[in-house]
Write a protein that binds this ligand. Sequence first.
Ligand code: SAT
Ligand code: MN
Length: 583
Amino acid sequence: MNKLVEEQIVQWIKMVAEQTKPQTVHWCDGTEEEARRLEQEMVSRGSFLPLNAERYPHSFLYRSDPSDVARTEHLTFICAEDAIDAGPTNNWMSPSDAARTVWPLFDRSMNGRTMYVVPYLMGPPGSPYSRVGIQITDSEYVVLNLRVMTRMGRVALDHLGASTDFVRGIHSLGDLSPERRYICHFPSTRTIWSIGSGYGGNALLSKKCHALRLASVQARDEGWLAEHMLILGLTNPQGATHYIAAAFPSACGKTNLALLIPSLPGWKVETIGDDICWMHPGEDGRLWAINPEAGMFGVAPGTSATTNPNAMRALNHDAIFTNVALRSDQTPWWEGMDERPGAGLTDWRGRAWQKESQEPAAHPNSRFTVPLANCPSIGRGMLDPRGVPLSAILFGARRRTLAPLVYEAFDWQHGVYVGATMASETTAAATGALGVLRNDPMAMLPFCGYNVGDYFGHWLAIGKRLARPPRIFHVNWFRRDATGKYLWPGFGENCRVLKWVTERVDGAREAERTPIGFLPHERDLDLGGSGVFQDDLTKLLEVDREEWLREATRTGTFLTKVGPRLPVALRAEHEGLLRRLHG
Ligand code: SAT
Ligand code: MN
């Protein structure tokens, strides 16, 4: 960082301090000593509970305010100058309205607290694709989480060099009242204001606010893509590796897929990222991906030694747990963990848990924060400044009906249509009703920082620059039968689908052409030892024309809502699907 850049940063910090009036200002260096000191402060204040030091060394439980446990999409705004640039899927607030109504909430909001200045780097050090942000916050919990999720301190300022191109994030807990909670994004000044929440995606501004909402705008301007995707490497028994990126809405199994241990002998998965992916067209005509993050902020419930052994190994040391339950031996517990909770369980709010209470002991959106370096499956590609070249992109939804286990798009343009029109059932990752089907284009509905019609156009434009584009697939692990039973076992068995995906990429498998795309021949999905019945596989690969026609009507309504900026090519894809379904 040079002198001029430093001056700019200091000026900005002074301006924020004048508004928020903290007791002191502390520049975070990201060191071990600094983290230990903050942890001790949290422990002595009672905000951090040290966990059983033998079973969970150097790990803590944090309980958030019970009204602050998930992202609040209705309080999240894109503050573009013109409403049309936020588009039909975002809440819009004009920058002047934000200045009038939101900025005053920061007035004295840090009174009596320390203001932390957190420089962070998104992406591998030394990568031309990495970006810097500086987050101001008055929450020690946020600082400690950012230290896991990003590369924090000196490394970020060094990366900045003589550039002032960094994202400015201002975060304050305020009074934590949902009435005075706002998460505002200003694309033109690359600035974020977040007040009234200490929860993950609302408060760790590096994550959704920077690496998705603002980065998506930057990516549009500069010719790349910022996506809500995991990245994994899949190596077959012959030793050939394919990299795959996969978009799923929040709490639909990205972390489980990214850390998968294949049930098929001889296959291996390495983890590059579990939530966010920045992709750049390379000179070789391929699409190259980096993970901007350094840690995982994973959903705890459902994580177990059976469903995700790598996660269980990653989270039993140096972890922060948020809103999980606590056993009497000071170990964390959540629904879906294989181990029994035993007597004397304390629920996520800190109350004695009653078995009869019907309420879950851990909050359904409870989380673990751990460095990706903890993860046994971590891949070396995660640190490669060039990223990893993608062979395939998966779009995944949570659908109890309709969507088959897997199908492949005809080409890039059709794949963009498949991603753009995906719909998924809502989860506990955001406040609001659960299990409601909604369109969630590319799993970016809550995270695309600009007009979604322009976003689709940008995807189409990127495809034109790729001589060797990744193939695009749609997957659904969540299909159920009439009794509600899941038809597919998921987790480690998902490698059987990934295997077919890579075989398609290698040109080693024929497929069946259907109106919605290419489906596997039943014989080509290797089911040996999976326990899946042939009947169920038939159902999993079924394309019901009537059902798809009803879906197409729903999709048509969504495309109309996208409005005048919907690319004509996607309208044409829609017409094409209708013709094929009628044909
Ligand atoms: O809370 S986060 O937004 O970071 C997690 C998620 O919802 O994907
Ligand atoms: Mn996510």
